[in-house]
Design a protein around this ligand. Structure first.
Ligand code: SF4
Length: 690
């Protein structure tokens, strides 16, 4: 047995001896599978259902291999909250299971805007700054909020002012040595076990690529464990996008101002002052003009500007979704932005080179200004490339005008992630382990592999530790009670659909005495239903609004008889164990409707490959989401509850059976919600005694 395996055996023996620990053979099995991947530098995709203890099953082999072989492992999960849970709860427990004569070095790194900037705090001269500095362990936003130095609403606004900026002077900042973020980065570059999130993994890979490996966030690592792997495609899409918007152009101007701050005082002591002022002034004017042009797109409907490859660009779905925006205007503004930025970078380079040659200024000051430019230069050059790629997208990609709530944008999204992810990650990292409670569709990992291009030498779907047959029952809304939502939309009878939905949900909430999480497909569907529900004195219903997602979730957990109406972000990752969540209502099968440009482009691309977009993307994705939504219900061995499925198509369409077959096995189905409740021991009068 290898040293690492012997250490894992000993760690599990110590874990078994802990008070209250319930031995879970599947947890050990998963740890061994992860260990095999680390041993053999192989990749694996493993479905580890809720309650199995997958965090420990990931960390125990990572730590054992770090101690035995010095191999570096990066463990990445989707959200910052989950990453902090790994760092504060799971990692200390896992470390305590080892005989630590030589403990491995560990580090934690998340996105920079989650760290406080000492320079910003000092400049703003906040009275609570000293208290925060002396008490914050890592300088994180979560610590800032937990200290309650300011009331909730005010805290949000203040955090935006003091968070680390997207780009900063780095080594030239007087606080660099103590900077929370850069300290975390220095540690993450060297530690043998690093806890982070998906987005940092992507940023690190992209930084290595654009700097030819000269700059890095996570250093070179031997293995990557991706937890919550079902969300990795979304994180990768977000990292690979490029966007021209008011806020991004504002960041660019802020960056230019910082460069001016480093160079202008030096230029003032040379004959180049006027030349420098002109260069900086031109960039400001050009970018301000582009900013105005982008803002003026507010009146132009969303639509596609360009798509690649060529055969999808000319396909009927893309042509139908073409933007009505004046193409010449957007082409001009993207070209202007790129030219202006490149010009500015060139002029800064020339100015610094002239100064170096003529000894016009002390060498140390020129060196400092050069360093500042190096810190910002990569960002500026990448921005210019992004502007040009709007009309020349590469790979399978789409550019479009969009209208998120923040205002108009011109954006380019990657549609097929396989090639970029292989280039950035899979070809560079010998062993990648993908973990999730819901990663398989129809018992296989083909959909995930197709979405991401990930390799999976080993795959396994592990058994759930829960007894779904006794803990959970399905209520399938009887035929005829709710209209088919797609027919209702086509026939313009959506009002009748919302009325029927509201009355069915009211009946369920009454039966369950609240305690329900009601998951909708769209915000409109949620709001239309919500306004048709009569308020109940004893069972409040909360609504997920566009802000305050965390606090509404918290309120729902705390107020046991409450219910929560929610959309996308609550389908996955939301954890509310116990009585407060005794029923999950899945209002409809969440089929993606290809209206947004990236969805239209995906449809066109799949058609160009001769595939059916519904069979190869829409249906598998809906199956996975239904599994995720249903997964909110049973979080602990003591939980019991009802899964209410309201979409009539589950009974009437051929795919209904397939979707139901993807839900946890063994659950009994009822056409009466009270029967379903009785099956799991949740008669109304007994709920409070559960
Ligand atoms: S190095 Fe950057 S993030 Fe850190 S304190 Fe200075 S300006 Fe803020």
């Amino acid at each position: 047995m290898s040293d690492a395996r012997a250490m894992m055996e000993a760690a599990f023996a110590r874990l078994s001896a802990r008070d209250g620990y319930v031995d879970r053979p599947n947890q050990r099995q998963l740890a061994w599978l992860v260990s095999d991947c680390l041993d053999e530098a192989a990749s694996g995709a493993f479905e580890a259902p809720t309650g199995l203890g997958k965090s420990l099953a990931a960390l125990i082999p990572a730590i054992a291999h770090a101690i035995a072989t010095g191999k570096r492992t990066v463990v990445a999960t989707y959200t910052n909250v989950l990453a902090e849970q790994y760092w504060r709860k799971d990692l200390p427990l896992a470390l305590s299971l080892f005989d630590l004569d030589e403990p491995p070095t560990v580090a934690f790194l998340i996105g920079r805007q989650r760290y406080a900037c000492l320079a910003e705090m000092e400049q703003a001269d906040f009275p609570w700054f000293p208290a925060y500095r002396s008490r914050a362990e890592m300088g994180l936003e979560s610590e800032f909020r937990a200290m309650r130095l300011l009331p909730g609403g005010e805290a949000t606004g203040v955090w935006r002012r003091v968070a680390a900026p997207p780009i900063c002077p780095r080594r030239l900042c007087p606080h660099y040595a103590a900077c929370y973020y850069y300290k975390a980065r220095r540690e993450a570059e060297k530690a043998t076990v690093v806890i982070t999130n998906h987005s940092v993994v992507m940023q690190d890979a992209m930084l290595k690529k654009v700097t030819d490996g000269e700059q890095t966030m996570l250093g070179e690592y031997d293995a990557l464990i991706v937890d919550e792997a079902h969300d990795f495609a979304q994180a990768a899409t977000n990292s690979l996008e490029f966007e021209l918007s008011d806020s991004r152009l504002g960041i660019l101007l802020g960056l230019a101002a910082r460069i001016d701050g480093a160079i202008a005082p030096l230029a003032a002591r040379t004959p180049d002052r006027r030349r420098w002022d002109m260069a900086y002034g031109e960039l400001r004017r050009d970018i301000e003009r582009v900013r105005r042009d982008v803002t003026a797109l507010a009146t132009v409907p969303s639509g596609i500007l360009a798509a690649s490859p060529d055969d999808i660009a000319e396909s009927p779905p893309i042509k139908r979704s073409r933007s009505e925006a004046p193409r010449a205007l957007i082409e001009r503004l993207t070209e202007d932005a790129a030219d202006s930025i490149n010009d500015f970078v060139r002029k800064v380079g020339e100015t610094l080179a002239d100064w170096r040659e003529t000894d016009a200024l002390p060498a140390s000051q020129i060196r400092e200004a050069t360093e500042a430019m190096n810190a910002y230069g990569a960002y500026l050059r990448e921005f210019a490339i992004g502007c040009r790629e709007i009309f020349r997208p590469e790979g399978v990609a789409v550019s479009y005008v969009g209208h998120p709530t923040s205002g108009p944008i011109v954006r380019r999204d990657v549609v097929d992630l396989r090639e970029p992810l292989t280039d950035l990650l899979w070809s560079k990292t010998p062993g990648v382990v993908f973990l999730s409670a819901t990663l398989a569709v129809d018992g296989a990992f083909d959909f995930f592999v197709k979405q991401t291009g990930a390799r999976a030498h080993f795959t396994e779907v592990l058994e759930t530790p829960f007894d779904y047959a006794s803990q959970c029952a399905v209520y399938l809304s009887p035929a005829g009670r709710i209209p088919d939502p797609s027919v209702a939309r086509k026939e313009n009878r959506e009002d009748a659909y919302y009325e029927a939905l509201a009355s069915e949900i009211e009946m369920i909430l009454e039966a369950m005495e609240g305690r329900s999480l009601v998951l909708f497909h769209s915000r409109r569907e949620m709001e239309e239903t919500f306004r048709r529900i009569s308020p109940h004195r004893d069972y409040p219903v909360y609504l997920q609004r566009s802000t305050g997602v965390a606090s509404v979730g918290e309120r729902f957990r705390e107020v046991v008889p409450s219910s929560l109406f929610a959309v996308r972000s609550f389908w996955t990752g939301f954890d509310a164990p116990g009585e407060t969540l005794s029923c999950v209502v899945l209002v409809r099968v969440p089929f993606e409707v290809p209206v947004d440009p990236p969805q239209v482009a995906r449809q066109a691309w799949l058609q160009s490959l001769g595939e059916s977009p519904f069979a190869t993307h829409t249906l598998p994705q809906a199956k996975m989401m239904m599994r995720q939504g249903a997964g909110r219900l049973i979080r602990r061995a003591e939980d019991r509850g009802v899964l209410a499925l309201l979409d009539p198509r589950l009974r009437t369409k051929g795919y209904g059976e397939e979707i139901l077959a993807n839900l946890p096995r063994g659950m009994r189905t009822f056409a009466d919600v009270y029967d379903a409740m009785a099956w799991v021991g949740l008669e109304p009068s007994l709920i409070g005694d559960a």
